[in-house]
Design a protein around this ligand. Structure first.
Ligand code: PXP
Length: 239
């Protein structure tokens, strides 16, 4: 069974537009779970542009939620993660000026630091994941530094699908990396930029066990409702 992780960062984006309390990310997390989400993802960015520390505290204290926390690869964020004890942590690259996470981690450059962060998370029984580009070498390094899972950045693939361009090479890259990762004992996740069509295409890759989807779900919920959109995704990934 493939799983659906719902990223609620942009519930916080809408809330922050007015600086108040509505819409509340914790309330949306509870509704997402009730609607069939298997886990909730939040990204506590260094600049706190959407999810704030108080959101992390509230959501991680609500123990019915399987929480996947995305953090940049640094020791300050590690400290925050260990204090709040999410179930899962996904390490992502972070640049202050980017609109969204623009690519996977630079594992070659940050290998030792990430290895230390992974070790500390695992010692605290937190499932670990690395957000990487669909690149064979990055899969191999991920395995060497002992992560539990990888999440493959599907941004390029999603853009090709959306603009009706040929996505086959990118699809095959994702497939090859997923197969190698699984054969090395890593669990494979996919995320970024996904909508109904791109998700449906990726369900053909048997090795992908989890999809993490945010922006499209929150945006589409304006037209069809949060519950309905999550239901639609659940139906897509079940097939
Ligand atoms: N997975 C990771 C690791 C991410 O950083 C993001 C974006 O925050 C997502 C999935 C979700 O991407 P999107 O909001 O485009 O669905």
């Amino acid at each position: 069974m493939k799983r659906l992780g719902v990223n609620i960062d942009h519930v916080a984006t809408v809330r922050n537009a007015r600086g108040g309390f509505h819409p509340d990310p914790l309330t949306s997390a509870k509704l997402a779970l009730k609607s069939g989400a298997n886990s909730i993802t939040i990204h506590l960015r260094e600049d706190r542009r959407h999810i704030k520390d108080i959101d992390l505290k509230k959501i991680s204290s609500y123990k019915k939620i399987l929480l996947n926390l995305e953090i940049g690869a640094n020791f300050d964020m590690l400290k925050i993660a260990l204090k709040n004890k999410p179930n899962y942590v996904c390490i992502v690259p972070e640049k202050r000026k980017e609109i969204t996470t623009e690519g996977g981690l630079n594992l070659k450059k940050n290998k030792n630091k990430i290895k230390k962060i992974l070790k500390s998370l695992k010692n605290n029984n937190i499932r670990t994941s690395l957000f990487i580009n669909p690149n064979i070498n990055d899969v191999k390094i991920s395995h060497q530094i002992n992560t539990d899972c990888i999440e493959i950045h599907t941004g390029k693939f999603s853009e090709l699908v959306k603009s009706n361009k040929n996505y086959l090479n990118e699809f095959n890259r994702i497939k090859k990396c997923s197969k190698l990762a699984k054969s090395l004992g890593l669990e494979v996740h996919a995320g970024h930029g996904l909508d109904y069509r791109s998700t449906k295409l990726l369900t053909k890759i048997f090795e992908i066990k989890e999809f993490n989807i945010g922006h499209f779900i929150i945006g589409e919920a304006i037209f069809n409702g949060f519950k309905k959109v999550i239901n639609n995704f659940k139906k897509i990934i079940k097939k």
